[in-house]
Ligand binder design. Structure first.
Ligand SMILES: Nc1nc2c(c(=O)[nH]1)N[C@H]1C(S)=C(S)[C@@H](COP(=O)(O)O)O[C@H]1N2
Ligand SMILES: [Mo]
Length: 504
């Protein structure tokens, strides 16, 4: 019927694409479940969603209901890996993205190198009237006759073109707006899409379009001239004698792929620590040549202004309950006037009075806070720089590699169910030196509210939110963190299986 064949590379990349898209969609849904609301504005204020997948109502008072409380628990047959595992979902999304892009590059390169691009790139404007004719036939539950398939009919060709050259690039372009490391280096980037939440919404709409496409596409393969499609897909050529065989092969392949998707979910849940380490290891080489090379910039402050400050800012991590930290409540009762920051080893720290921190040079920054769950908020933070505070007790020891920041507040859960330990995070020394790494004690021109980390909280703007410890009790330089907690570099890494001490 036409000069196009279905070479092996096309059939293989097509199958791989199917498998990888499944991983992308399912891990993407996992990420959505951690904050099942979509917005156009960066504030993410309650009631400003344009679509949401939860019936829960967010009380207007900040901190009364945390993002953690809002998380859904999707089943493992639906999402990757399922349950409350946003950390692993994000890891899988990252790995599937890398593999899907590599596979896509191979496909598109070969498409152009072999001249096969004409199969999906329309070369005449007549595609539009022809597609309109096709549409009329499909809508009337008819099928365009086989001469119109070169190798696809006009409507399908337009559909494939849109998927490969418009939707896929848009997904790739909006993805990095959800990486704090990327927007730390290119703070202006999300503005191209109308802001971080608008980009997230576009990414969601792209997902919805691709999902719909997949359903229609698979249906059409079996409905329109099935004998041509199935034999082409499997054998690369039309063979009326082998239609049944091709159909069986396709259906069993689909079943195998679905089983593989499910197996990956259940295996990840069964060994979460193993999956975390495996996925971290698999992605690290790619991070090394991409995100890890991005040195954050200081001009972030110029991207957001006073008028961008969010009227409502989501929270995670409540202030300590009275029985969790009587000490914190005692300090809070006196407006933290007696607060002393402990710097150094736990058995012999230097106690730095709050006033000395306030007497250091102060830095103010209006920035976008991005929680890895998906919500964002803009606020103005003020406080001394991390290195200035640390230098109060002398220069870092020669072997200092990481700063351990520990909270008065406790973790929400522990990986092995042991009694809750204080929330903490490990920050590499080079990130402490970043210009806008500060210990904030002011938020939006007022002393830090209880909910947002009083009396002192960390801000490292190129990080996802979970590294920014609130209610800071103590700081300590270490050379190695493998003996602290579960040894993964922080509470969220230990018990949330988040990415291990890397920029994401
Ligand atoms: N002590 C403590 N600090 C914490 C947390 C926590 O649970 N406890 N949660 C972290 C997470 S996941 C995020 S997104 C930010 C939220 O900061 P915010 O509540 O000021 O918006 O705090 C981080 N710091
Ligand atoms: Mo977070």
């Amino acid at each position: 019927m036409n000069e196009f064949d279905f070479p092996a590379w096309l059939r293989v990349t097509h199958l791989l694409n199917f498998f990888l898209i499944g991983l992308l969609l399912r891990s993407g849904w996992q990420i959505i479940a951690t904050h099942p609301r979509f917005y156009w504005r960066n504030d993410c204020g309650p009631g400003t969603e344009w679509i949401k997948f939860t019936k829960r109502v967010v009380p207007p008072e900040e901190g009364a209901y945390t993002a953690h409380d809002d998380e859904l628990e999707p089943p493992s047959w639906l999402t990757l890996p399922g349950g409350r595992n946003p950390g692993l979902g994000r890891h899988w999304h990252g790995l599937a993205t890398v593999l899907w892009i590599l596979n896509g590059l191979v496909y598109v390169s070969l498409l152009f190198l072999t001249g096969e691009w004409r199969r999906i790139v329309p070369t005449s404007w007549s595609i539009f009237p022809e597609a309109w004719e096709s549409l009329k036939i499909y809508v009337g539950f008819g099928i365009p006759s086989i001469e119109h398939f070169t190798p696809y009919d006009a409507l399908q060709q337009l559909g494939y073109f849109t998927v490969v050259f418009i939707a896929a690039p848009l997904m790739i372009a909006t993805g990095p707006t959800m990486s704090p490391a990327f927007i730390g280096r290119f703070p202006w980037y999300p503005k191209l899409f109308g802001g971080r939440q608008a980009a997230r919404s576009i990414h969601f709409l792209g997902m919805a379009f691709l999902s719909l496409f997949i359903v229609v596409h698979v249906a059409l393969v079996f409905i329109t001239h099935r004998e041509y499609n199935v034999t082409h897909m499997v054998f690369g050529e039309y063979d009326p004698a082998r239609v049944a065989q091709a159909t069986t092969i396709i259906i069993s392949t689909i079943v195998l792929v679905v089983v593989a998707w499910l197996a990956i979910s259940y295996l990840s849940i069964r060994d979460r620590r193993g999956s975390q380490k495996f996925l971290y290891g698999a992605l690290e080489p790619f991070r090394r040549v991409t995100l890890n090379r991005l040195k954050p910039r200081m001009h972030r402050a110029s991207v957001y202004t006073e008028k961008d400050i969010s009227p409502y800012h989501w929270t995670n991590g409540r202030y300590p309950a009275p029985d969790e930290s009587p000490e914190w409540h005692e300090l809070a009762a006196h407006d933290f006037r007696d607060y002393e920051l402990e710097i150094g080893p736990a058995d012999n720290p230097v106690r730095v009075p709050f006033d000395r921190l306030k007497a250091l040079p102060q830095q103010e920054q209006i920035v976008l806070h991005a929680c890895m769950q998906g919500w964002t908020g803009v606020a103005k933070w003020k406080g001394p720089r991390v290195m200035d505070v640390m230098n109060l007790v002398g220069p870092p020891p020669a072997d200092a590699k990481f700063l351990v920041v520990t909270s008065f507040g406790l973790a929400q859960s522990m990986s092995d169910g042991r009694p809750l330990e204080p929330f903490y995070s490990v920050i590499p020394i080079e990130d402490c030196r970043e210009e806008d790494s500060i210990f904030a004690w002011m938020m939006n021109d007022k002393p830090l509210p209880w909910t947002f980390g009083a009396p002192l909280r960390l801000r490292v703007e190129s990080y996802v939110g979970y590294k920014m410890v609130k209610y800071i009790r103590s700081l300590e330089w270490v050379t190695d963190y493998s003996t602290i907690g579960d040894g993964m570099g922080g509470t969220r890494e230990d018990s949330g299986y988040q990415v291990i001490n890397a920029r994401i």
